[in-house]
Design a protein around this ligand. Structure first.
Ligand code: AKB
Length: 314
């Protein structure tokens, strides 16, 4: 069967790299990039693009009708920091965007749907270290609340309508190709840009804030591996814990100094993102992903630092 894939939210940090990766695997014409904004040159010129707002049901319906996708990736969302600036919009976009896609996937019998969740589903009372798949979850950001509710909807549509929906709880994602989109973990990208440009960075998270992170290459590969896995292997239809590497701003700065010895790190105070970070896990237990679909990250802190610096220098 020829796969026809629609990626909604294709211009974001994940979408930019996912569309390129999917086009390599499935062919340029078989991966339709969709976003509310004009795409950058690469995406527009390497395959089909459509302007789509995931809250507009009629436009979405016409996309499903036109392409009859076998797989849909819904990436459009407001993240943790921007979500707090506009909680009602974050809830509307993150929740109703998902429900629109789940409903259309049933109507058009889409074979597989992918929707990303996040470590933001955990909260102040979740275990901080090696946070298990199943535990207390009390997110206190609108982003985290919408992701936890979305996970429940995904499982509900799977149980009730047998929809093959798959999901990963992403940690902070580190990449150089596209700008990050308003998250709490964005410092781990800005630090590389400023280290190279200015030799110094003012972190909005404090020195000891340890968070789960992952290099984008691993995240994209893991996402496609989950989508390619045999359905019989997928026992979790809410969202899989997913881990790469955990570090603090101080540890990351020390790693960057191995390549830019004069780099200095300072800290800003009273940033609202600190409270969000303090409510999240320090590290994640992803043994279900390891056991069920053989997940294995390739990038540790040293390898991702080398790759970020090499590519940003270009
Ligand atoms: C954010 O910081 O909001 C995101 C996430 C961890 O989901 N990067």
């Amino acid at each position: 069967m020829v796969e026809k894939i629609v990626v909604l939210g294709s211009n974001g940090q994940i979408g930019t790299e996912l569309v390129t990766a999917l086009r390599k695997v499935y062919g340029e014409l078989n991966v339709v990039a969709c976003d509310i904004r004009r795409p950058d040159y690469d995406i527009k010129n390497s395959g089909p693009f459509e302007f789509v707002n995931v809250l507009e049901k009629d436009t979405l319906n016409s996309i499903f009708q036109k392409y009859k996708p076998t797989q849909v990736y819904l990436l459009a969302a407001l993240l943790s920091a921007t979500g707090e600036q506009n909680p009602k919009l974050a809830w509307d976009l993150n929740m109703n965007g998902l429900l629109n896609i789940l409903d259309l996937a049933i109507t058009y019998q889409t074979a597989k749907v992918y929707w990303p969740s996040s470590i933001a589903v955990f909260g102040p009372n979740s275990p901080k270290d090696n946070t298990p798949q199943y535990c207390v979850m009390d997110p206190n950001t609108v982003y985290g609340i919408s992701k936890l509710a979305g996970e429940r909807w995904c499982e509900y549509y799977h149980q009730k309508y047998n929809l093959d929906v798959r999901s990963i709880r992403y940690p902070g994602l580190i990449s150089w190709k596209a700008a990050p989109g308003g998250g709490t973990t964005d410092y781990a990208i800005h630090i590389f840009h400023d280290a190279l440009k200015k030799g110094t960075y003012a972190s909005f998270l404090n020195a000891a804030t340890e968070l789960p992170m992952m290099y984008m290459d691993d995240a994209i590969r893991g996402t496609i591996e989950l989508m390619d896995a045999d359905a019989s292997k997928i026992t979790i239809r809410s969202s899989y814990n997913f881990a790469g590497v955990s570090f603090t701003p101080e540890i990351l700065a020390a790693e960057i100094r191995k390549h830019i010895p004069e780099f200095t790190l300072t800290y800003t105070e009273n940033d609202p993102r600190q409270n969000i970070a303090d409510s999240w896990p320090r590290s994640i237990d992803d043994s279900f992903a390891i056991d069920e679909w053989a997940w294995k990250p390739e990038y540790d802190l040293s390898k991702l630092t080398i790759d970020m610096i090499k590519n940003l220098k270009k």
